[in-house]
Design a protein around this ligand. Structure first.
Ligand code: NAD
Length: 354
């Protein structure tokens, strides 16, 4: 059995604990500077409370740690855990700059431990099916991917760390855009982005945004100095284009929002809803357009994905090596490069090199 500690006891740490336990991993201990959160977490998941990060990563009874803390803490804590000889499952985004990514990679290499990125969408049953279909040649060579993730009301903790650039590194792009950017490159295996054109904007303010229960508590006098929407086009050296449409919140009616991936190839196309149990394949028969549904097994796609991530981490800890689906540190760095290029393109109002 794999034994892990969790650093952070917030929203996603609880999801990790449930998923880890579901696949037979033992959640041994947790640390969060917010004592009430830590105690609540420890009671719920029946684990020990560590008194500090130092104490948690020094424990002999854990082999790995999950890092589920605000983005500005990713690099220092990942480095600390790796230097203490622990395998690390690091939540996305990898860090807030390429320099920090390189520091994490150097710590990983010096430690000889596994660094797995929390690119959980890779394990959605639909994403795995789409990747297999592309590998099989079902749609030919991939020409274009349109990836959309537009929430109607989904600004996490508005006014808090997520919407404070100094702590998050950016808004919806670095928060949820990272998932799409990684996924599109992973599914298509087109991993040589060459240039980026992006525009980041903001439609909402703390006062103009009414809040939904699932996105934690708003901070009324807090900070909101990041984008809530982004549009970007990335060109890959293979000629493939990636278009991203990401927003934390929108005025568009809910029934007009169509999240997912439209993947178009030379022989066919896939319409992929990441959290569904079927997708549409478009193709042509004697030159005429045809389409059909492709179904696959899903229990509960979100749970399946987090459990897949934890199975992969447990395997990595046991074998000291990555499984094929797992996001690596290099993948995290590549996504950071694309994000940085989109922010730079927005700042300079022109296309930039990745
Ligand atoms: N994979 C996903 O789909 C997904 C979803 C949500 C969040 N995330 C990522 O997970 C991370 C956490 O997000 P969240 O929604 O759980 O945020 P959150 O605000 O709910 O929780 C973060 C917790 O980290 C704690 N913390 C801060 N500094 C710490 C430190 N030095 N040591 C230990 N704990 C510390 C905070 O007190 C807080 O309880 C973020 O990086 C976010 O991008 C990923």
């Amino acid at each position: 059995m794999t034994n892990i500690g969790i650093i952070g006891a917030g929203m996603i740490a609880n999801v990790h604990a449930e998923a880890a336990k579901a696949v037979g991993t033992n959640v041994v201990c947790v640390f969060d500077p917010r004592e009430s959160k830590t105690n609540e977490f420890a009671k719920k998941h029946e684990c020990d409370v560590a008194s500090s990060v130092e104490e948690l990563v020094a424990r002999d009874n854990i082999e790995g740690v999950v890092i589920a803390v605000p983005n500005d803490q990713h690099a220092p804590l990942a480095i600390q855990a790796l230097e203490s000889g622990k395998h690390v499952l690091l939540e996305k985004p990898m860090a807030m700059s390429i320099t920090q990514c390189d520091e994490i990679l150097a710590a990983r290499d010096a430690s000889g431990k596994v660094l797995q990125m929390g690119f959980v969408c890779r394990y959605s049953p639909a994403a795995m099916k789409a990747k297999h279909l592309i590998e099989d040649g079902t749609i030919g060579d991939v020409l274009d991917v349109q990836a959309t993730l537009v929430r109607q009301r989904g600004i996490p903790g508005i006014g808090g760390w997520f919407t404070t650039k100094q702590r998050s590194g950016g808004g919806c792009l670095i928060d949820i855009g990272v998932h799409l950017i990684d996924l599109a490159m992973h599914i298509t295996q087109k991993k040589s982005p060459i240039n980026a054109l992006g525009k980041c904007t903001r439609a909402f303010t703390i006062d103009s945004y009414a809040y939904e229960e699932m996105w934690s508590t708003p901070v009324k006098d807090g900070t909101f100095d990041v984008e809530d929407r982004v549009r970007a086009i990335i060109s890959d050296s293979s000629g493939t284009t990636f278009q991203y449409n990401v927003a934390w919140a929108t005025h568009l009616p809910e029934d007009t929002l169509q999240d997912g991936l439209l993947i178009e190839g030379t022989k066919g196309a896939l319409v992929v809803d990441l959290w569904a149990d079927e997708m549409t394949l478009g193709y042509s028969e004697e030159g005429n357009p045809k389409d059909k549904k492709i179904t696959f097994d899903v229990t509960e796609a979100w749970d399946d994905a987090f459990q897949g991530e934890h199975k992969a981490f447990a395997d990595a800890v046991t074998n000291n090596a990555h499984t094929a689906t797992a996001g690596t540190g290099e993948d995290g760095r590549l996504v950071q490069m694309v994000i940085d290029a989109i922010y730079e393109s927005d700042a300079q109002c022109r296309q930039v090199e990745v």
